[in-house]
Design a protein around this ligand. Structure first.
Ligand code: DP6
Length: 321
């Protein structure tokens, strides 16, 4: 009996936001992430007369399904396989989370593909396979903290585990502001960002920020991790604003939450933010501050939903439901 592949989503603390090779998804910068326990995708493949993609039990058609089929064709070419497949995915991302699920989706799909064909692939190759579906998925192969080294070609661009089970009090609060589909995909956003005059200087800073973050993680230094994550995310959004033409994923409430974070820190509550290609904010804090941070958010913005997460595991294979 074939097993179901489970992958958890990850949040980048040092962002991937640009490609040197779009077809192979080789990034311009290395990135570092935290895999989350609260959000994951389960996927298995079956032989089928026709290609089909079921998400949460519903048949999906159109560009979302096509991206999945194109990805499977790419993997089939890579491993000399053929035949139509039916994909069954269950997203365990609370609908309110507003969290991008392409990292867990493509990591689970890569692992389901390896399981279906019983490929003898190690985690490094699994990470390369996941990368070909969505860059951030390369990191979801691993639990805890993972680093995706940018590399220069398919072989050298993969993620590795930095610390699979960190002994660190780091809580993530996913603040849902708007769960609607984003107006500009990550793929398009990172392409447009390269027209910013600040893009090249930001890329230059990447190796410094990455090594500082790795040190902060090794030292279990929550403050430094939070400061660096917030700086790196703000730089990503600064290159978006200064692109030609400029754009932003921020909504008024996104700015409101950023201001509240600044205010909370001025009042001695240690909390930092990171933001991806959408309006939702992820806050980083320690367990002792989770309650107060949630209270402040709810009293300032009555319509936001908040979901707690902490470190999650890497790829898992489960017996069929
Ligand atoms: C802002 O991995 O979704 O979340 O490779 O084009 O599919 P593609 O991009 P994707 O981009 C993620 C961008 C980010 C930062 C990050 O996760 O590193």
């Amino acid at each position: 009996m074939k097993k179901i592949a489970r992958a958890h989503t990850n949040i980048a603390l040092i962002k991937y936001w640009g490609k040197q090779n779009a077809a192979l998804r080789i990034p311009l910068m290395s990135s570092l992430s935290m895999t989350l326990d609260a959000f994951y995708t389960d996927t298995y493949l079956e032989p089928s007369q026709q290609e089909q993609f079921y998400l949460n039990g519903k048949l999906i058609e159109g560009p979302e399904a096509q991206r999945v089929f194109n990805y499977l064709h790419l993997l089939q070419r890579r491993y000399g396989k053929s035949g139509n497949l039916s994909v069954h995915s269950q997203n365990h991302v609370p609908t309110a989370a507003g969290l991008a699920s392409s990292s867990s989706a493509f990591a689970a799909l890569a692992a389901a593909f390896a399981e279906y064909y019983q490929l003898a692939v190690n985690e490094t190759e699994l990470s390369r396979m996941a990368r070909l579906g969505s860059g951030s998925a390369s990191r979801s192969v691993f639990g805890g903290f993972a680093v995706w080294q940018k590399g220069t070609d398919d072989q050298s661009s993969f993620a590795y585990s930095l610390d699979s089970n960190p002994d660190l009090d780091l809580q993530l609060l996913a603040v849902e502001i708007n769960t609607g589909a984003k107006k500009r995909s990550s793929t398009k956003g990172m392409q447009a960002a390269q027209t910013s005059p600040f893009f090249a200087p930001w890329i230059k800073r990447n190796s410094l920020e990455l090594s500082q973050m790795i040190n902060a993680i090794k030292n279990h230094d929550f403050t430094r991790i939070g400061q660096l994550a917030e700086l790196n995310a703000s730089e990503m959004h600064a290159v978006n604003l200064t692109a030609q033409p400029g754009f932003t994923y921020f909504e008024p409430t996104t700015i409101g939450v950023i201001q509240l974070v600044h205010e909370m820190r001025q009042n001695g509550i240690e909390v930092y933010y990171t933001i991806d290609a959408g309006p939702n904010v992820k806050l980083l804090c320690q367990l002792k501050n989770v309650k107060i941070v949630k209270e402040k958010l709810v009293s300032a913005f009555d319509h936001v939903k908040i979901i707690n997460a902490s470190f999650g595991p890497g790829i898992q294979y489960l017996d069929n439901y």
